[in-house]
Design a binder for this molecule. Sequence first.
Ligand SMILES: CSCCC(=O)C(=O)COP(=O)(O)O
Ligand SMILES: [Mg+2]
Length: 229
Amino acid sequence: MTTSWIVLDIEGTTSSTASVHVGLYAYARPRLGRWIDEHGDNPEVRAAVAQVGLPPGAATEEVVKVLHEWMDGDVKATPLKTLQGQIWAAGFAAGELTAHFFPDVPPALRAWRAAGRHLAVFSSGAVSSQRPWFRHGAEGDLSALIERHFDTVNAGPKREAASYARIAEALGDPGASGEPPLFLSDVPAELDAAAAAGWRTTGVRRPGEPSENADFGTHPVITSFEELR
Ligand SMILES: CSCCC(=O)C(=O)COP(=O)(O)O
Ligand SMILES: [Mg+2]
């Protein structure tokens, strides 16, 4: 393995889908309405509410109805992710949330950093929630291992090659090793987009996760980060 930058997806890759859908979604769901009402002077909140796409002046409960529908369908819409990210960041700060990582992940991240690899995250989850996620794992604070964070706001949609080109430019691709970044994800369409941007890719097929029966096509596949060490 000579790739300098390793870029990680979160849900289904470093962490279980249940930890996001049951843990985080359940925390954000009943708090969205009050968060919008109490942070109406926050420009990010105002912009997110406008991006939901309802007519100006729509009642908070109408906005929340759309956000809940997106959550039910696991639509990774940027305004939803922005609001969820703020609520989760507050939840982590209050000690009410804990992150989950598959057991192979913390030792692999430490080993990769010790070996001189650089680590970044590209997730649909907002950067505002990625940072506390890596800080509040049950296995301790992993946040210092992650040097760069990307989401659908600062990079773009995860299924578009242009997003990966943007990230590569931000990382200084091809980097010191001369190798393009390596992207690890449980979603074949994301890997396709990364490959189209010239990245190296590896699918992560974890037992019991939605990716268990996914068709990764020609992408190399692992079931644990240990297989990359
Ligand atoms: C604290 S990370 C939040 C994760 C999240 O909201 C999400 O949608 C994860 O999607 P991913 O792109 O990492 O599969
Ligand atoms: Mg994922």
